[in-house]
Design a protein around this ligand. Structure first.
Ligand SMILES: *Cc1c(COP(=O)(O)O)cnc(C)c1O
Length: 481
C-alpha cells in the first residue's frame, strides 16, 4: 500500500507556467505604498503562478480526500449522520428565506415557519411549547438547565445538584456544571439502565434539582423503566430533562412528554437532517411543559387573536440565549424534512434506523463483543462494541483500518463505560448493500487481527497522513508542511 501525500499549491507552480485565462492587464499599475501604509498591506505570501485548471484540480482533489455522506456510509455513533435530502437545500436557498434580514419589517413568512416548526416538534415530542433559539445540542442543554434554575428560584427553593447517569452524553454533565450545578453520577446497571433504588436514594438528598437523561442512551438502549424514573424524580419535587439529540429512533413512535419529561432538547442537525460536522451549523430547540413556559428564553413567537406576535422580553424569562432567532437556515431544512416525510414517513425513518442498527449488530455479534443486550433485547438506533480483537488489536486499530477501506469509522473511545468502545450508528438512510460493505470490512479486519495484526496496528496506510498523536493533533493541528 502506498501513501499519497497531496502536493501543496506552492509546489504546483513553475517558472514559465502561463495562466492563459486571465486577460492581460490593461490599466496602469499603481504604487501600493502610495495608497496604503505598509502596516496594512498583506505580506507577500508568494502565491505560485498557475493556470485556472490547476487550481480547480488542486482543490477538487483535496475535497475528495474528505470523507462525506455523499460518498459513503458515515456510521458515527451518537452523531446521526443520515443522508440529507437535497430538497432541504432547495427550500433553504429560496431567496425569501436565504436573503431575509432579521431586522427587516416584513418577516411574516419566517415567523410563520418558526412557529409552525415549533408546532410540529410539540406534536412529535408531546411538549407544550418550544424555543428555536439555541444554536446546538449543548446550547439547548444549557438553556434547559438554566430553565431548571429559574424555576426553582421562582419557588424560593435552593437546589444545587443534578443527577446524570454515566450512560449520558458527555455534554450533559458539562452543561449542568456550566449552569452552576454539581453532578451526582449514577452508574448504569448491566442492562445499560438506571438502577431505580439508587435514583431514589439520590433524590432523597433534598438538594437535587432533577435528572438529566439521555434516552436512548449512549449505548443505544431505551430505558424500560422510563415512566418509573420520572415518577421517582417528581415524587421528590425534581424536574426531568430529556436529552433528545437521539430522538431519531423514537420520533413518531413514543413521546418524551408522555414519559413524564418536563424539558427536552432536540438536535435538528442530527434527527431532522441538516448537514453537520466540522463545527456547524446546528439548532438545538428546547421544548417545555406548560408550567415552564414562562421561563423560556426571549424572543418568543406566540399565536394570539391577531395572528402571530413576538414577545421581545418578559419578567420571568431567562432572557436571550442567542442573537435574533437562532440558525434560521437549519430551521427551514428541518421544517422541509418533516413536511416531506409526513407523520408516516417520520415513523418509518425511526423504525428503519432501529432495523439497520440491529441488522448490523446481528451480523457482527458472533465475533465482536457487544454488551448490554444480555437478555436478547434489541438496541435502538445504535450499539456499542467493545473491541478487544486477537493479538491486542484495539478500537483505534479497527477504526484506522476502516479508513483504508474507504469507509468512515464509527465513534471510538466513547462512551467511557467500556475500555475499547466503538459506537456504531448506521441511520435509516443506508441500504442493506451499504451496510453489508461495512460488515464485510469489519469481519475482514477481525480475521486479519489473527494473522497480520501489524498491518492493523500501523493503519491507515492509504490516507495522506498516517497515525497522528490524537491529543496533539486536535489541539495543535499542523495544516501546512
Ligand atoms: C450530539 C449530542 C449532543 C450535543 O449536541 P451538539 O449539537 O454537538 O452540541 C448532546 N447529546 C447527545 C445525546 C448527542 O448525541
Amino acid at each position: 500500500m502506498t501513501r499519497i501525500t497531496p502536493e501543496l499549491i506552492f509546489e504546483k507552480g513553475y517558472d514559465g507556467m502561463k495562466n492563459n485565462f486571465v486577460p492581460k492587464m490593461d490599466v496602469e499599475e499603481v504604487d501600493l505604498n502610495a495608497i496604503l501604509p505598509p502596516e496594512f498591506q498583506r505580506e507577500d505570501i508568494d502565491l505560485p503562478n498557475i493556470p485556472e485548471f490547476t487550481i480547480v484540480r488542486h482543490f477538487v482533489n483535496l475535497s475528495e480526500k474528505n470523507h462525506s455522506l455523499d460518498r459513503s456510509i458515515y456510521p458515527l455513533g451518537s452523531c446521526t449522520m443520515k443522508y440529507n435530502p437535497r430538497i432541504n437545500e432547495v427550500t433553504a436557498r429560496l431567496p425569501g428565506f436565504a436573503q431575509i434580514h432579521p431586522l427587516q419589517e416584513e418577516n411574516d413568512g419566517a415567523m410563520e415557519l418558526i412557529y409552525n416548526l415549533g408546532e410540529q416538534l410539540r406534536e412529535i415530542c408531546g411538549m407544550d411549547a418550544f424555543t428555536m433559539n439555541p444554536a446546538a445540542g449543548a446550547h439547548g442543554e444549557l438553556t434547559g438547565i438554566l430553565i431548571f434554575k429559574k424555576y426553582f428560584e421562582s419557588k424560593g427553593l435552593k437546589k444545587d445538584k443534578i443527577i446524570v447517569p454515566d450512560s449520558a452524553h458527555g455534554t450533559n454533565p458539562a452543561s449542568s456544571v456550566m449552569a452552576g450545578y454539581s453532578i451526582i453520577e449514577l452508574k448504569s446497571n448491566e442492562f445499560g439502565e438506571i438502577p431505580l433504588d439508587q435514583l431514589e436514594f439520590a433524590m432523597q438528598g433534598g438538594d437535587v434539582a432533577g435528572l438529566m437523561l439521555t434516552n436512548p442512551n449512549t449505548v443505544g438502549i431505551f430505558d424500560r423503566n422510563i415512566t418509573k424514573i420520572t415518577e421517582i424524580v417528581h415524587k421528590y419535587g425534581g424536574l426531568c430533562y430529556y436529552d433528545g439529540a437521539n430522538l431519531n429512533p423514537i420520533m413518531g413512535v413514543s413521546r418524551p412528554g408522555e414519559m413524564g419529561f418536563d424539558i427536552i432538547h432536540l438536535n435538528l442537525h442530527k434527527t431532522f437532517a441538516t448537514p453537520h460536522g466540522g463545527g456547524g451549523p446546528g439548532a438545538g430547540p428546547v421544548g417545555v411543559k406548560e408550567e415552564l413556559i414562562p421561563y423560556l428564553p426571549c424572543p418568543q413567537i406566540v399565536k394570539g387573536t391577531q395572528g402571530l406576535a413576538c414577545i421581545e422580553q418578559s419578567d420571568t424569562s431567562l432572557g436571550r440565549v442567542r442573537s435574533f432567532w437562532g440558525n434560521f437556515g437549519v430551521l427551514v431544512k428541518a421544517y422541509t424534512y418533516i413536511k416531506a416525510l409526513g407523520a408516516e414517513g417520520i415513523k418509518r425513518a425511526a423504525n428503519m434506523s432501529v432495523v439497520n442498527a440491529n441488522y448490523l449488530r446481528s451480523q457482527l455479534q458472533d465475533i465482536y463483543d457487544i454488551p448490554y443486550n444480555a437478555n436478547g433485547r434489541f438496541n435502538m438506533h445504535e450499539f456499542v462494541m467493545d473491541c478487544h480483537l486477537p493479538n491486542g488489536v484495539n478500537a483505534e486499530d479497527v477504526a484506522k483500518s476502516l479508513l483504508d477501506r474507504d469507509l468512515y469509522a464509527p465513534t471510538i473511545y466513547f462512551p467511557l463505560v467500556l475500555h475499547e468502545p466503538m459506537m456504531v450508528e448506521p441511520t435509516e438512510t443506508e441500504s442493506q448493500r451499504d451496510l453489508d460493505k461495512l460488515i464485510t470490512a469489519l469481519r475482514e479486519i477481525y480475521e486479519l487481527a489473527k494473522i497480520n495484526p501489524e498491518q492493523l496496528k500501523f493503519a491507515p496506510h492509504k490516507t495522506p497522513v498516517g497515525r497522528l498523536d490524537n491529543t496533539y493533533a486536535a489541539r495543535k493541528p499542523v495544516l501546512k508542511k
